[in-house]
Design a protein around this ligand. Structure first.
Ligand SMILES: Nc1nc2c(ncn2[C@@H]2O[C@H](COP(=O)(O)OP(=O)(O)OP(=O)(O)O)[C@@H](O)[C@H]2O)c(=O)[nH]1
Length: 225
């Protein structure tokens, strides 16, 4: 079920759409549950269609609402690909450190992501289930090397025991914020000089219960109220 945790009383400076992708059962839904609500469900069912949750964080005296989207890893249950990626400015590409195949499929997920998302999207490679060290099938070094080659952030996490979950999401959100603030600065300069910026274009995001969030600002991946 989609779960919208909007706070209509406080001013939101930005909305960042972040998508979760990766094979089925790697723990995408539980990473989201842990980050958004500090919950974990050992009997987590496969996602059908698409869900999202929000979490509001403060950065640099701005209020950022992370709108995190989760879809099924299984092809037959997945959301429409292009709609899922539309407007996303961050992605968590998740595999399971105890299942080699889920890491072998990371390149395929990355290809799909790069084919559909903004070229400047911030991507974190996430090796989840780090609590299953005794069953490890993906050496940390292999993943780190892949991430470096592909210019991705990389972290190992455990939604079960909380390791690095917050840190992984916050790293992505902070990097998006860094790019967007820079773009905001550039946009102001370009308005004066007549140029155009290529940083994190994104598209309009409509949050249920709110007006479409484009508007005020010259970059439309985010909102400003
Ligand atoms: N040991 C361990 N199990 C986890 C962890 N994260 C998720 N799981 C378990 O892995 C299973 C799958 O988790 P989900 O979060 O539903 O996986 P998913 O990637 O969302 O799966 P799809 O919806 O099919 O794409 C569930 O039984 C979870 O309880 C973790 O960090 N450690």
């Amino acid at each position: 079920m989609s779960n919208y945790q909007g706070n209509f009383n406080s001013k939101i400076d930005y909305v960042f759409k972040v998508v979760l992708i990766g094979d089925s059962a790697v723990g995408k839904s539980q990473l989201l549950a842990r980050f958004a609500r500090d919950e974990f469900n050992i009997d987590s069912k496969a996602t059908i269609g698409v869900e999202f949750q929000t979490k509001t964080v403060n950065m640099d005296r701005k209020t950022v609402k992370a709108q995190i989207w989760d879809t099924a890893g299984q092809e037959r249950y997945r959301a429409v690909t292009s709609a899922y990626y539309r407007g996303s400015v961050g992605a968590m590409l998740v595999y399971d450190i105890s299942k080699r195949q889920t890491f072998d499929h990371v390149a395929k997920w990355l290809e799909e992501l790069r084919g559909h998302a903004d070229k400047n999207i911030v991507i974190m490679l996430v090796g989840n289930k780090s609590d299953l060290e005794t069953l490890r099938a993906v050496p940390t070094e292999d993943a780190r090397e892949f991430a470096e080659k592909e210019s991705l952030f990389f972290m190992e996490t455990s939604a079960l025991d909380c390791t690095n979950v917050e840190s992984a999401f916050l790293t992505v959100l902070t990097e998006i914020y860094r790019i967007v603030s820079k773009k905001s600065l550039m946009a102001n300069e370009e308005t004066e000089s007549g140029g155009s910026s290529s940083l994190l274009k994104g598209t309009d995001i409509v949050v249920p219960g709110q007006e479409p969030v484009s508007g005020g600002r010259s970059f439309n991946c985010c909102t400003s109220s």
